[in-house]
Write a protein that binds this ligand. Structure first.
Ligand code: SF4
Length: 354
C-alpha cells in the first residue's frame, strides 16, 4: 500500500433498470426491487479493497452510471458516499454525477440526492417524440423527461441530457429539428448518441431499415451545425467549462477505478498501470505502451486531443499524420482530429498508431 498515489476518479455501476430498452447492450437487469442493502455492502467492500491498495488518495469525481442509478433509494446512495468519504479524500469541488431516467425521480427524491452530494444530473431523455420513445422501449414520455430537466435546472444542478439519433426514419432534417428543440431546453451539456444495433438486443433481431452511412454522416454534421453548444468529444457538447470532468479525465488517459459488476477501471498503483475488470476486484498489470495506445484511442475522440508525451510520441505514426493534414493535426502539446477526421475516427485510429 502507498499513500503517494495520484488522484483517481470513481465510477460506480448500478446495474438495475425498470425494464430493458430495445436497443440496450449495457450490462443491466430489469429489477424494480433489488436487494439494495446487499448491493451497497458489495460496493462498499470493493471501495475498501481499493482504499487499501491506493491509500487515502484524492477523488476529483464520482460518477454513478447504469443501469438506472436514480432507481436507487437515497439511503443506499448515502451509504456509498459515506464509505467513499471514509476511505478517500473527496475534492472540495468533487463532481458527483447521477445518471437518471425520467419516471424514476421526482423533485423530493432529487432534493434528497442533492442533500447527499449529487451536483450533476444526467437525464436519459433520448427523444422528444412520444412515438419514438415507445419504439425505443423507453418507459417514460416526453412530458416526464422535460419535467425532470426543469426540476433539476431549478435546483441549480449541472444538467445533461442524453439523446439518440439515427432511428430508422431519421434524416438530417429531422435531426436538425431535434437539435432546434434541444436548444430551447437551455441545457449546458448534451450527449448525442447514434443508434447502433447490437445483435443480442431486441432491435438486433428485428431487421430494421437503418439510415445508410452517408445519411448518418450528414446527420452528424447537422448536429454540429444546429446545436448551440460546442462539441468537445465525438458525442458530447457543452458550454465551455461545463464538460463532464469525469469522462474527460478518462478520455485523456487519467487513472480511475470502476466499482460494481460490469465496471472497468485503470488504476495506477505505485507507478504501474493496471487493467481492472470490475468484478471481484480482479486486476492485472498493463504496460505503459498498452496504456498509451488506450490513451490515444480515447483522447483522439476529444476536440482537445491527445496530450503529447514521450510515450505518445513513440506510438504515433508522425509521417502518416503529416501527410494527412486534412484529417489530423499536431500542435506543440496535442495531437487532435480535424472535422473531416471526426467523421472517420475508427479508421483514423488504425492509421495513427504505429
Ligand atoms: S435505461 Fe439505459 S441501461 Fe437501462 S435498459 Fe434502458 S438503455 Fe439500458
Amino acid at each position: 500500500m502507498s499513500g503517494m498515489n495520484c488522484p483517481h476518479n470513481i465510477y460506480i455501476h448500478v446495474p438495475f433498470c425498470m425494464s430493458k430498452c430495445k436497443y440496450c447492450a449495457f450490462y443491466s437487469v430489469a429489477n424494480l426491487q433489488p436487494d439494495w442493502k446487499k448491493y451497497a455492502d458489495g460496493i462498499c467492500s470493493e471501495l475498501q479493497f481499493w482504499a487499501e491498495k491506493l491509500g487515502r488518495i484524492k477523488i476529483p469525481t464520482v460518477f454513478f452510471g447504469g443501469g438506472t442509478p436514480s432507481l436507487m433509494p437515497t439511503s443506499t446512495f448515502d451509504q456509498i458516499m459515506s464509505c467513499i468519504q471514509k476511505c478517500f479524500d473527496l475534492d472540495e469541488n468533487c463532481e458527483i454525477t447521477l445518471e437518471s431516467n425520467p419516471g424514476t425521480l421526482d423533485a423530493n427524491k432529487l432534493r434528497d440526492f442533492v442533500r447527499c452530494g449529487v451536483n450533476r444530473l444526467s437525464v436519459g431523455v433520448q427523444s422528444l417524440t412520444d412515438g419514438e420513445l415507445e419504439f425505443l422501449g423507453r418507459k417514460h414520455d416526453v412530458r416526464q423527461a422535460l419535467n425532470l430537466l426543469k426540476t433539476a435546472q431549478n435546483m441549480n444542478l449541472r444538467v445533461s441530457g442524453d439523446f439518440i439519433y439515427g432511428l430508422p426514419n431519421h434524416n438530417e432534417k429531422s435531426v436538425e429539428n431535434l437539435c432546434k428543440q434541444i436548444n430551447q431546453l437551455k441545457l449546458e451539456h448534451v450527449s448525442m448518441y447514434e443508434l447502433t444495433i447490437e445483435k443480442h438486443t431486441p432491435f438486433g433481431q428485428m431487421n430494421l431499415n437503418m439510415p445508410d452511412n452517408e445519411t448518418m454522416a450528414r446527420m452528424y454534421e447537422a448536429i454540429q451545425g444546429t446545436l448551440n453548444l460546442p462539441r468537445y468529444e465525438v458525442s458530447n457538447y457543452a458550454t465551455p467549462g461545463q464538460e463532464c470532468r469525469h469522462n474527460q479525465n478518462i478520455w485523456w488517459g487519467g487513472a480511475y477505478i470502476g466499482i460494481g459488476r460490469g465496471a472497468a477501471g485503470r488504476p495506477y498503483i505505485d507507478g504501474v498501470w493496471y487493467d481492472e475488470m470490475g468484478n471481484n476486484e480482479r486486476f492485472e498489470k498493463i504496460s505503459n505502451e498498452t496504456r498509451t495506445v488506450e490513451k490515444i484511442i480515447t483522447g483522439i475522440r476529444t476536440t482537445r486531443g491527445v496530450e503529447l508525451d514521450s510515450y505518445v510520441l513513440n506510438q504515433i505514426n508522425t509521417d502518416w499524420i503529416k501527410k494527412h493534414n486534412d484529417l489530423v493535426a499536431l500542435s506543440d502539446k496535442y495531437l487532435y482530429a480535424l472535422p473531416k477526421g471526426f467523421l472517420i475516427l475508427d479508421n483514423l485510429i488504425l492509421d495513427l498508431i504505429k
